[in-house]
Design a protein around this ligand. Structure first.
Ligand code: AVI
Length: 324
């Protein structure tokens, strides 16, 4: 489904992270792109906007669970000298509720937010230090999927936060690998607090990924704009449409970009021309949804056992405390 010119060597851009992913994904069949490509500056801004949408229930539902149960969650760890580590913390807007609860219980707290975005961590550090006295923030710019780095929790217990259902954007085997990687770097008895989006009716799920204002469509489409900017490609976003569908068999929401007509798109930096048939799509994201049984199984395969869980009244979102 693609044509390449017959260059003797791969172009340089093919060895950059974006170049190799675009090469892999758009020369495969079916075409796909990894969801990390969403998060350039504009994509991160659009994602923040998604979290405020009326249709996108996960963020506010999880925040509601923390608002109600944060003290219980911290008490459930059982120790008085917890250190908190947050994977993919971003601007850490929901974390404040847990940090406040920990400070109420133990007076002070060390908090290590880990994220690839230096600017998001800077914002989180400034806000938390100004608003929650008693918290020492030790930010780390890193890709947590590559490990936690060295954590200085010489005494006490670690509570690893992995919230926002980010685990749902990994394929099940990758999710297990990620949890095992975390497990290897912490001690028996340390805890993980995992936020997951639960299976619910198709209508609610589809509206959350195809909102009326078109913000999720813009977020999805931004990946093409990013490829245009960074690899000089000629995607015309008007010739694609955003598609969100519930895949019941795999228990996941899928996002796709569907070509409205037969077309060929040039990607000069990769020396590629990609052909699309009418109706052919690029699969850009999976967002897995869980049941109590599937989260429990995932955590067990990752080397944890579930000690407690909390949910909202409708059972739309789950927060699981698991012990290493
Ligand atoms: C970041 N992640 C948990 C979001 C999700 O719901 O899977 C990304 C997202 N994609 C579309 N809307 C939000």
């Amino acid at each position: 489904m693609h044509m390449t010119s017959s260059l003797p060597r791969l172009p340089e851009a093919a060895s950059t992270p974006i170049g190799s992913e675009v090469w892999r994904g758009l020369t495969s069949f079916p075409k796909s792109l990894s969801p990390w490509l969403f998060y350039d500056e504009e994509g991160s801004r659009l994602f923040e906007a998604i979290t405020e949408l009326p249709e996108y229930y996960p963020t506010r539902t999880e925040r509601g669970i923390f608002a109600r149960y944060a003290d219980e969650m911290i008490a459930a760890c059982g120790m008085q000298d917890l250190t908190l580590v947050e994977l993919g913390a971003g601007t850490a807007t929901k974390t404040g509720l847990l940090l406040e609860a920990a400070v109420r219980r133990q007076g002070s707290l060390v908090y290590h937010p880990i994220d690839v975005s230096e600017s998001a961590l800077g914002e989180a550090t400034r806000r938390i230090e100004a608003e929650i006295p008693g918290v020492s923030v030790c930010p780390r710019v890193a890709d947590y999927t590559q490990g936690l780095g060295s954590l200085d929790a010489s005494s006490g217990q670690l509570l690893i936060l992995y919230i926002g259902s980010s685990i749902g954007n990994f394929e099940p085997q990758e999710a297990v690998r990620l949890l095992r990687g975390v497990r290897r770097q912490i001690a028996p008895g340390d805890r993980l607090l995992l936020g997951v989006d639960m299976v619910k009716d198709r209508g609610t799920l589809c509206r959350a990924y195809d909102d009326a204002a078109g913000v999720t469509a813009a977020f999805n489409m931004n990946v093409l704009t990013r490829i245009n900017c960074e690899l000089g490609a000629s995607f015309r976003t008007k010739l694609f449409r955003h598609r969100a569908r519930w895949n019941e068999q795999y228990s996941r929401m899928e996002m796709h970009l569907e070509s409205l007509l037969a077309q060929t798109v040039a990607i000069p930096a990769l020396d590629l021309e990609i052909r699309f048939a009418r109706g052919e799509s690029i699969h850009t994201e999976n967002s897995y949804k869980f049941t109590d049984a599937s989260v429990t199984a995932l955590l067990e395969q990752g080397g944890f056992h579930v000690s407690r869980s909390w949910t909202d009244e409708a059972g739309w979102f789950g927060v699981y405390m698991a012990t290493a």
